[in-house]
Design a protein around this ligand. Structure first.
Ligand SMILES: *[C@@H]1O[C@H](CO)[C@@H](O)[C@H](O)[C@H]1NC(C)=O
Ligand SMILES: *[C@@H]1O[C@H](CO)[C@@H](O)[C@H](O)[C@H]1NC(C)=O
Ligand SMILES: *[C@@H]1O[C@H](CO)[C@@H](O)[C@H](O)[C@H]1NC(C)=O
Ligand SMILES: *[C@@H]1O[C@H](CO)[C@@H](O)[C@H](O)[C@H]1NC(C)=O
Length: 565
């Protein structure tokens, strides 16, 4: 805010200056027939004015110097102080400065998001304390509050979308530049092995982790996608699904090479081999959940989940669909009449159940789908639109019985399920290596990410990837950081160093199960209990327990990323 005020001040100074100069020049253009006395008189006046103008200019120059100095110390407005100097007045566009100032700033945006979140926190808190009937009252109130919040935020949505889209374009362009160097022979490279021995989602996240390093170190990412998953007998699987990650540079050779390590000359090697996240030493300072410093300010302003937005943009680049897949998606969406609004559910049953994940009934998923549509219905009532949205659900599952049996009661109540039972049949683990199965997983992933809300289990990589990709869609009316419900884990990036929350107010424990903290303290987060509390430990005292979610905010760390300079 301070920097904006300065910006406006500088602009106003320029307006003043221009005003003076215009005034002076209008006086200079005297009609020729005026007599000498008048002319003398006018010249005397003109002289006075010029002196005054000079004095003002000097004053302004002095102020400008001062302001430019102040600006230099402010990082959140990326204006080169030189551009504000007296020699280059054209750099300051008054209109832009005023327009910029008309938009809400970071505190406004974070407060607005927090109110939305806290409406849900109250709801979760009361859900554990009150009976169903009383909750009807609470829910009515809640939906109405969401409606009012929509009205409040709608005013600036275009600006929000624009700023997020700008940011996304910037990140996409920089990745593209990094991946397509003009001189591959001499480009600095980061080599990453895609064939990490794990499932599709895990491999994609591994590649994303390499991309983060490539961006931080400004090295072109070299990854042999040619024989990825070639054991299935299918050739060139990557290019059948996605665009190549580079058009000009795929050769991992160079003058010299090294592994990631603590070698002092590490960064002078042309080729660097980068390990999987689980075995990396020493820990790079840019490991997830760290975001690039260069985009931190606008990103924190515009997204409730800055890291997830960032990694989503990395995935957006990596997973640009091939022409073949793109065509398939278009046809699939048309044939299935995939339209908005739509809620995505990812019901994972056949793998990992009993090991990594618990079984969840369809009712658990549909509870949040229903809540989404109730909220929407109230909105149309308030808008006197009276046309209720059709209750569309995109169903992605690896269990054909979900299609055949479990969704029946919901279909009878008017829910319409989109998707393809065939996709769930090909997800049978015995066929997991097959190309079709992979293809179908990718289709499910991309379509889930295009839904307006998703209900899934964050223990699943597909669910987390869908949520990551979802953040990069800026056509919808608001930031998508709250458009999900996870039936199990909170969000995490496998191998992340630290996920923390920062206390905004202090808290003293109300019971043995709670922990106390002061404003500004950093707390870990292990679980969202969905009753208004998180479980986590205090980073300093190491005590573990419950703490109220509304008293903390996301702790975001940022470090410079060389590709974004
Ligand atoms: C987005 O970028 C465009 C072009 O670079 C610029 O004109 C516009 O002001 C930017 N908008 C925002 C909100 O940052
Ligand atoms: C690696 O090769 C580059 C280019 O030839 C050179 O500048 C650099 O010093 C070399 N690094 C080491 C550690 O030998
Ligand atoms: C949390 O604690 C660990 C060690 O106890 C420390 O290294 C780390 O810097 C702390 N994190 C923050 C954000 O304070
Ligand atoms: C990063 O690499 C690009 C070329 O790929 C280059 O133009 C840019 O100057 C580099 N940035 C830094 C900070 O080294």
């Amino acid at each position: 805010m301070k920097s904006r005020m300065l910006f406006v001040l500088v602009s106003l100074s320029w307006l003043l200056l221009i005003f003076f100069l215009l005034n002076v020049s209008s006086v200079q253009r005297l009609p020729e027939e005026t007599n000498t006395v008048q002319v003398d008189n006018r010249y005397a006046k003109l002289n006075d004015r010029l002196n005054e103008a000079n004095r003002q200019i000097e004053l302004l120059m002095e102020q400008n110097k001062h302001l430019a100095q102040n600006l230099k110390t402010l990082t959140d407005l990326k204006v080169n102080p030189q551009e504000l100097s007296v020699e280059r007045p054209e750099a300051v566009k008054v209109k832009d400065a005023l327009a910029l100032n008309a938009f809400p700033g970071t505190p406004f945006e974070t407060s607005l998001r927090r109110v939305r979140q806290n409406v849900d926190e109250i709801w979760h808190y009361l859900r554990t304390k009150m009976d169903k009937k009383s909750m009807g009252f609470v829910n009515d109130l809640r939906y109405n509050m969401f409606y009012e919040l929509d009205v409040l935020s709608d005013r600036d949505n275009r600006w929000r979308n624009q700023e997020l889209k700008n940011l996304s374009d910037f990140v996409q362009n920089r990745i593209h530049r990094l991946q397509n160097p003009s001189d591959c022979e001499n480009a600095k490279k980061l080599v990453c092995d895609l064939n990490k021995y794990c499932g599709f989602g895990c491999q994609i996240h591994h590649l994303a982790h390499c991309f983060v390093a490539a961006l931080a170190l400004n090295r072109t990412l070299i990854c042999d996608t040619q024989d990825w998953r070639s054991s299935s007998g299918e050739q060139n699987v990557w290019n059948k699904l996605f665009q190549p990650i580079s058009q000009t540079c795929v050769n991992p050779n160079g003058h010299n090479r090294t592994d990631w390590g603590d070698d002092k000359r590490l960064h002078s090697y042309q080729v660097m081999y980068y390990p999987i996240i689980d075995y990396i030493t020493p820990l790079p300072e840019f490991l997830p959940l760290v975001i690039p410093q260069q985009i931190a300010d606008p990103l924190i302003r515009q997204s409730g989940e800055p890291f997830i937005w960032f990694i989503g943009n990395v995935l957006k680049y990596m997973l640009r669909p091939s022409d073949q897949l793109s065509q398939f998606m278009d046809t699939f969406k048309r044939d299935n009449q995939f339209s908005h609004p739509i809620v995505g559910i990812h019901v994972r049953r056949t793998d990992k159940i009993g090991t990594e994940a618990k079984f969840h009934t369809i009712d658990e998923y549909m509870f949040y789908v229903e809540d989404f549509y109730n909220k929407l219905d109230l909105k149309s009532v308030r808008q006197s639109a009276n046309k209720k949205a059709q209750r569309l659900v995109y169903l992605a599952t690896d269990e054909p019985n979900v299609w055949l049996k479990e969704i029946k009661p919901y279909q009878e109540r008017g829910y319409v399920f989109k998707g393809d039972i065939k996709l769930s049949q090909s997800a049978d683990p015995s066929q997991r290596q097959e190309f079709e199965s992979l293809h179908d997983v990718v289709v499910d992933l991309l379509l889930l990410s295009q839904c307006d809300y998703i209900v899934c289990t964050f223990s699943s990589q597909i669910c987390r990837m869908a949520f990551e990709l979802m953040q990069t869609r800026h056509s919808s009316t608001q930031d998508m950081s709250q458009a999900f419900y996870s039936l199990d884990d909170i969000y995490y990036f496998g191998g992340q160093v630290f996920h923390g929350k920062k206390a905004i107010v202090s808290h003293s424990a109300q019971s043995k199960r709670e922990i106390s903290f002061n404003a500004g303290d950093i707390l870990g987060i292990e679980r969202n209990e969905h009753n208004g509390y998180n479980t986590g430990d205090h980073n300093r005292t190491k005590r573990k327990g419950l703490y109220p979610r509304f008293k903390v905010t996301e702790f975001v760390e940022s470090k410079p990323f060389a590709a974004f300079h």
